[in-house]
Design a binder for this molecule. Sequence first.
Ligand code: ARG
Length: 575
Amino acid sequence: FPVKWAHSTSTMAAANEENIGSLKEQIAKVFEISLKVTIPEEPEVVPLIAACAKKEFGDYQCNNAMSLWAKIKGKGTDFKGPQPVGQAIMRNLPASDMIESCSIAGPGFVNVKLSKQWIAKCIQKMLKDGIDTWAPKLPVKRAIVDFSSPNIAKEMHVGHLRSTIIGDTLARMLEYSKVDVLRRNHVGDWGTQFGMLIEFLFEKFPSGEVFYKASKQRFDSDPEFKERAQKAVVSLQGGEEKFRKAWAQICEISRKGYEKVYQRLGVHLEEKGESFYNPYIPGTLDLLREKGLIEESEGAQVIFIEGKKIPLIVVKRDGGFNYASTDLAALWYRLNEEKAEWIIYVTDVGQREHFEMFFTAAKRAGWLPNDENKYPKTSHVGFGLVLGDDGKRFRTRSTEVVKLVDLLDEAKTRCKAALVERGKAAEWTAEELEHTAEAVGYGAVKYADLKNNRLTNYTFNFDQMLNDKGNTAVYLLYAHARICSIIRKSGKDIEELKKAGQLILEKDEERNLDYICSSLLRLWKRRAQICYPMCCVNIFMIYPRSLPVFTLNARLLGRLRKQADYCCVRQLLSL
Ligand code: ARG
């Protein structure tokens, strides 16, 4: 039974127009005031705000009543249950031009409907000042995003594609918030595979060609070769000239391959591979030793971590360093030399344990604060596996990992074929056709990755990601093109209309723009897509009251809203 809300007399400390924050944050601010007045004995309570599950309820809801009731029950309160608590929260809301109406549902959920005028005002402001004013201010000046990071001499696989796409998105989001971002490619250029490759290179390919597969076969089948390979790593890491040269050769070949993929995806990265940190490892370990963190265990040097059965090995039994020692040295370097305040690592969820363990070691060493909300801070952003149609790890028929280059090739080829089928080969120049096929094809691959839940596995499917009617980049691009054409045909000047400021939201379809607002808020984080909702807003400027266009757009906007909602940006943000 909905209970209507009337403005209370308390007013909100002048709504801060400058720092807009997300819609949710703004609503949280209003509720924070009410919660403090309603239950003064719980001043620390954090507003629980969520988007309403059903549109009929409103736009957002405050879910604090139940848990508050649980806290105050039996402590001499006048409230008789969670519902009266919800009603009081609603009554005590300060007057705010954001809110049109409120109602109570179930055991005290407070539903909020945003005011049309307020939405119109916000969009108008956004049109005038640009989307930049919506970027949140982050408490860090410099961040490092450690992403992509394939292993040299091995093929770059779809897992690295996910890391590349998610990492690039995170970097863009941070850059957009004016954080100085170091985009680090922490390539595996120092691991055990090198001993094997180098020995094989000496043996089989004096001219310098490398085949990881052949080396691996040899490594697995010949114990004598395996031993030589293990010694070769030590020689390499010890800096022996002959080994260094062979290593550099191998790295160069791989690097060229990676660069092509990055170029096609439009992703920029700076390589500082594992080998870079090698000289810093002994010093880093000394620092940890001084703190009494390193112990001897079965001939290896390790750090025991509370709650973990197996310790973090930092010096192997043969005296060599490993993935963990490198990561500790890299962390030291990033904090002290590069002065990064937030370091984000993007790898598959399988590596979570590794990150948890060396983050804990760094906290014990006093490099990082124990409080997760304080900076400098490290975060592991994990992601699920990419699966094939058979529900198993995505592989080609020959059961090998799928090569990224082949994947991108196929996306482009399929898009090109679809464009040719639509008669575009006759309409466009060969160059335009090529360019469009690339934009749509690679865009589709990126979008398909980002729209999925980051942490769960997802199925790679070309037909789905290239469907022009589905929740895909292809659909968005078509929608965008259509909107541009409507604007073009209107013959009106958008800039003039913006200045005139006549955005009016009257009909329900128009009111759908609130979703545009929240979509925009989410989408600023992914600059690439800002243009879509922005164009819709532009249309409303041109035809403030023409229903046919509205209905057309209501449908379009509905789709856009869904697309925005399902983007994993939201998950990414809850780092
Ligand atoms: N090379 C690693 C892999 O392919 C990822 C490296 C991630 N970064 C790091 N600092 N450990 O699994």
